[in-house]
Design a binder for this molecule. Structure first.
Ligand code: GH3
Ligand code: MG
Ligand code: MG
Ligand code: MG
Length: 351
């Protein structure tokens, strides 16, 4: 049987079927086929069914198209093509492991069971032998779209869960675990690159009074507004997190003691500058800040830095609040004796 004529006959039937609904954004599809007759037939069908079609003639072009940033996520690949065959394209797509998923339907004249197994093993999701029935192709593409939609939903859920697990829902800041993780990451990086790291612990002053006088919701509004102000004066790569109720941590990569004090002053001023609108009431809010830091951090300094910024914060509170205190040794960042890995690093970088 001549596959071309068989499909051409089917095409006529398919073209009489209902076209895709208008007003819906067409779904992108890649079709790779080297035979010009099949190619034009496939294009006609796919366009008729409402797809936004990218047509290519060989496997290399197909791989290049699927590698693109905004590549179609639905693909029909001919098995036998010049350059790279369909299964090879499948293997590359799967090896790249990109998200979102690419759903691949292999099209081939091969009918042996072991070919089917090879195609699926190469990473194809589905398989259709030529001559194929256009209704069947159309239905199988719909099945592929269902899989893609499910996967998209899964990715969205995963993203939402990740956001929930790492961020504080009231302020949108990193939560306690995540900001501590950010601190550890920065320490590791600073240790490798022999750069300083500083840490601010920020605590709102007499915050309990705001709750007691104006209610918990006003307190929440102040927490959000204080967050916005802190964010507005910190750099994009500074990690800001909610450490506890009205306590925040700001990780300052590549900031030595002097720079950290300046940064802390900016945060303090931003929080104190002008009244906070807390759901109808206008409130003056201030904060106190404790600063700690290392000029040459070691990997295990996180706990000590938190402890030291907390001690400095405690002093800021006892000195009357609305002020910045730097932990005794932090201003110079000089007092600590480097540990062995650091010495080795220093010697290597001097060599
Ligand atoms: P200080 O100046 O010494 O820091 O005094 P303070 O009142 O700010 O400190 P204290 O630790 O006594 O009170 C903190 C308050 O923060 C108590 C708690 O009810 C409140 N708080 C903690 N988390 C939240 C929250 O998510 N929303 C609101 N509205 N209040 C919170
Ligand atoms: Mg071919
Ligand atoms: Mg407080
Ligand atoms: Mg507190």
């Amino acid at each position: 049987m001549d596959p071309v004529h068989e499909v051409a006959g089917e095409e006529a039937t398919a073209l009489m079927g209902a076209a895709a609904p208008t007003g819906v954004k067409p779904i992108k599809i890649l079709a790779a086929e080297d035979n010009p007759v099949f190619q034009s037939m496939l294009r006609t069908m796919l366009v008729k069914w409402g797809y936004d079609v990218t047509m290519v003639r060989d496997g290399t072009e197909a791989w290049r198209a699927l590698e693109n940033e905004n590549a179609p996520r639905l693909a029909i690949l001919d098995w036998m093509m010049p350059g790279m065959d369909g299964p090879e394209v499948c293997r590359r797509v799967r090896a790249a492991g990109r998200e979102p998923y690419t759903y691949i339907l292999l099209l081939t004249a091969r009918t042996e069971l072991r070919d089917l197994v090879e195609g699926i093993d190469a990473g194809a999701d589905d398989y259709l032998t030529k001559p194929f029935n256009s209704h069947e192709l159309r239905a199988r593409l719909r099945a592929g779209r269902r899989i893609l939609n499910l996967q998209e939903e899964l990715l969205r859920t995963r993203e939402a869960l990740r956001e929930q697990a790492t961020h504080d829902s009231l302020t949108g800041l990193l939560n306690r675990a995540s900001v501590l993780e950010a601190l550890n990451n920065e320490l590791a990086r600073a240790w490798r690159e022999a750069l300083p790291v500083s840490l601010l612990m920020v605590d709102l002053d007499r915050f309990k009074q705001i709750n007691d006088t104006h209610g918990h919701q006003a307190g929440d509004a102040v927490l959000r507004e204080a967050t916005r102000r802190m964010r507005s004066v910190t750099r994009r790569y500074d990690a800001v997190g909610r450490y506890g109720g009205e306590e925040f941590l700001v990780v300052l990569p590549a900031c030595d003691g002097g720079a950290a004090r300046v940064q802390a002053e900016r945060v303090r001023e931003a929080v104190a500058s002008g009244p906070h609108d807390a759901g109808g009431v206008s409130l003056n809010v201030t904060c106190s800040i404790g600063v700690s830091g290392r000029s040459r951090p070691s990997l295990s300094d996180a706990d000590a830095l938190v402890r030291e910024s907390d001690a400095a914060l405690y002093r800021a509170k006892s000195l009357g609040r609305n002020c910045v205190e730097v932990y005794a040794a932090a201003e110079t960042h000089e007092s600590r004796i480097p540990d062995l890995p650091e010495l080795a690093l220093a010697i290597r970088s001097e060599a």
